[in-house]
Write a protein that binds this ligand. Sequence first.
Ligand SMILES: Cc1ncc(COP(=O)(O)O)c(C=O)c1O
Length: 282
Amino acid sequence: MTDIPAIYQGKLNTLDQITVSPLSRAYTFSDSIYEVIPYFLGKPLCLKEHFNRMIQGSNLMSLNVDFDSVNNDIKKLAATLINQDGYIYYQISRGVDMIRSHMYQDDLEIERFGYAMPVSFPSSSVSAMLCTDDRWGKCNIKSTSLLSNVLAMNKAKSLGCQEVVMHRDGFMTEGGSSNVFYFDSSGSVRTSSLSENILPGITRSILIEALKDTPYSVKEGNCAVSDFNESPCIWLTSSTKGILPLSSLIGTDYKFEENFDNYMDVAELFNSAMQSHLAASE
Ligand SMILES: Cc1ncc(COP(=O)(O)O)c(C=O)c1O
């Protein structure tokens, strides 16, 4: 961990050398948003889309961010990932507030923090646990307030799972750190429509676009969790997972058909869309 490049308030350093005040509102109130931008052989996947989501999140939180500085920070971090797979984690908080109060001071300096982590991305199937979605009402904001996700995902971990699939009143919302798609019993590809109940995933939109005008074009809408009992394949999408099928889903009668041809087609369409995005990326 000592040599992970990291940046705080525009100053490049290593992760272990960065010190942050305990009165950072990211620390006291999770008053912050974040992004995870994947890099493949040093090239970002959909950087502009991640940037735009950060701008939308900032607007929804009334954070007055200097996005030229954010851009410079991300460029500095990206320069450390030359020819490598990995991701940039980037967080923006409202700032260090000397009085711990829910109501923030008006003159806080926005806090910018990020690091570049070289990793190889997973490609094998994962198991998940179905659970109720206990999160707040604005899950479209990529906030660092993730306590509900943390509790649910660690319960899933204790059952040998790597993810959760959440639902509200019997209708699937999303995963703990991913969006969820599946084939229903009539062969359609389904996912939850965008709302304040889910994060508008960048990988989700790459996949939906890739499947447009193919036999697998995605039906967005209400997704009853009872559909999972008849589904041959459920899968996750996220920046670090890409597209990953579920081998099991505890709490349902889901039976994964490994090597299900239609899923293989979907994965191929996704991978070629991803390659086109990367080819177009600077
Ligand atoms: C709750 C949640 N939903 C969906 C996603 C997937 O979003 P993306 O594809 O932009 O990584 C994430 C990613 O971290 C997430 O945390």
